[in-house]
Design a binder for this molecule. Structure first.
Ligand code: G3H
Length: 489
């Protein structure tokens, strides 16, 4: 049991004597089902949120603070110290990832290691940026020393599905560029920040990073309403992002770095290599129970091959092993959100009422903390599962005759992150790729959608994202290009 009875503000781990909230895992530690108590966190109030804001604002000090004016090599040294310290907490964090969000052991280890790589790669990219800024340019008699400067104070909110990795994909580039930050961890995946608080405290000057716990509305609203936030960095849903943005009195001045919802489709053409396609679709739809913004959330299959595809895909889904995250070979795990099985059931009921069937034998089997993935066919636009981002274990399959059908749907969708395209004939694929890259930000050929490798731009059109995250791009998303000019006279 992890009792987090302090929060980090202005370089101090402040003891909290107020209300605490219990954190439970939906994984049962006994044979009889009962959620497991993992620990507790402070339920901070507006007062502590504003205290954190003051600390971050003072550390930035209108751009004159120690951190935004610090030598690049010194900021890098702080970051390197931080990496060394968090590396020592791998075991605890991995364990909490499994218990708090039900991520499998290999995926939890991968999340930790990927985060360390991400920080190290960001440091290297930042060094390169610094080398580049040492060069002077001359144009029409004007010398320019172009560099990148911070934006100010960042409010950072991260999601539960990558509570470590996506937190650091926002925080690390924000901090290394000289911004200061207030960070509120996700609702699930909150205790795993506890082992890292001391690393924050030991590595960064006071006020540069402040970590607060509690309800988003209680804490984030007054922070936004203060008008003192320069960057809203959030990975989560667009409703929260829009609400927070609108609370800022001068929202037009706010830089947004947002990773939001997606409804990434797979399009399976008649000549696709079926075995490869099915394996990719299986991983794409159901890795981490479909709780990834990059998951394939709708599968378009050409009607000529739909029967064969459905049969083979449904069989593979039924063979996926459900169990606890640390058990060998397990692919499906308990869902961290207690309300998720009921929501998925609603989507299934709605689709069935409108003419779809569950085509796999185990689809919809429920336990207290799980619902076995249902493969629904044929799905059409009238069904909720066609439109809503399910973010969980249910797979809608939509038959199509003419490729214009999925293309039109993708163009009409509120989202525009990625697409997976399966087929062999390059003459068919080529014009499709040209159309699809104008609708989404990444077209995956004969492979499922994914964010990585982290050096590649990760973004989306429409309601899927604002700004770009990647090792390289995130440094730019959290900074602005400035220059010092002098005349050749
Ligand atoms: O939830 C959204 C994540 O960015 C997905 O990342 O494709 O590496 O699983 P991933």
């Amino acid at each position: 049991v992890v009792t987090q009875d302090s929060y980090l503000v202005n370089g101090e781990l402040k003891p909290w004597n107020g209300q605490m909230v219990n954190v439970y895992s939906t994984i049962s530690s006994t044979d009889e089902y009962a959620p497991t108590l993992l620990g507790s966190i402070p339920q901070l109030t507006e007062k502590e949120a504003l205290e954190a804001l003051d600390a971050a604002s003072n550390a930035y000090n209108k751009g004159k603070g120690l951190w935004p004016t610090m030598k690049v090599s010194d900021r890098i040294a702080c970051m390197e110290k931080f990496v060394e310290q968090i590396k020592t907490r791998r075991e605890e964090v991995v364990k909490l990832l499994m218990w708090e969000i039900g991520k499998t052991l290999p995926d939890s280890e991968k999340e930790f290691d990927r985060t360390i790589d991400y920080i190290n790669d960001t440091i290297e990219d930042y060094k390169q940026m610094d080398r580049d800024s040492a060069k002077f340019e001359k144009q029409d008699g004007v010398f320019a020393h172009i560099r990148r400067g911070p934006l100010g104070v960042v409010l950072c909110l991260a999601p539960y599905n990558y509570p470590l990795n996506e937190t650091f994909c926002l925080l690390i580039p924000a901090l290394i560029m000289g911004n200061t930050a207030i960070f509120k961890p996700a609702k699930f995946g909150v205790l795993l920040m506890s082992p890292l608080l001391e690393a924050f405290q030991n590595s960064f000057p006071a006020g540069v990073i402040n970590v607060i716990y509690g309800r988003g509305r209680t804490l984030a609203t007054p922070i936004m309403q203060s008008g003192k936030i320069d960057v809203l960095a959030l990975i989560g849903n667009s409703t929260s992002a829009k609400a927070l943005q609108s609370q800022h009195p001068k929202s037009n001045r706010l830089r947004l770095v947002l990773g939001l919802e997606a409804k990434n489709p797979a399009i399976v053409l008649p000549d696709a290599d079926l075995d490869l396609t099915i394996n990719e679709c299986l991983a794409g739809t159901l890795s981490f129970n479909g709780q990834r913004c990059t998951a394939l959330k709708v599968v378009y299959v050409h009607e000529d091959i739909a029967e064969e595809f459905n049969k083979k895909y449904a069989e593979k889904v039924d063979n996926l092993l459900f169990g606890n995250p640390w058990d060998a070979g397990v692919k499906l795990t308990p869902l961290p959100e207690p309300g998720k099985p009921a929501y998925i059931q609603e989507l299934i009921d709605d689709a069935k009422a409108k003419g779809a069937q569950i085509i796999n034998n185990r689809g919809g089997e429920t336990t207290d903390n799980y619902i076995f993935p249902a493969v629904l066919y044929p799905v059409n636009k009238e069904m909720r599962v066609f439109e809503e981002e399910q973010f969980g274990p249910v797979v809608p399959i939509v038959p199509f005759k003419d490729i214009e059908e999925p293309l039109d749907d993708i163009a009409d969708s509120n989202y525009g992150q990625q697409v997976s395209l399966f087929g062999k004939n390059i003459h068919t694929l080529s014009p499709l790729i040209d159309s699809l890259v104008n609708l989404v930000c990444r077209v995956n050929l004969n492979s499922s959608c994914q964010r990585g490798p982290d050096v590649y731009p990760f973004t989306g059109r429409k309601d899927s994202a604002v700004s770009t995250l990647s090792v390289h791009d995130a440094l730019r998303s959290f900074s602005i290009r400035t220059f010092v000019a002098s005349k050749d006279n």
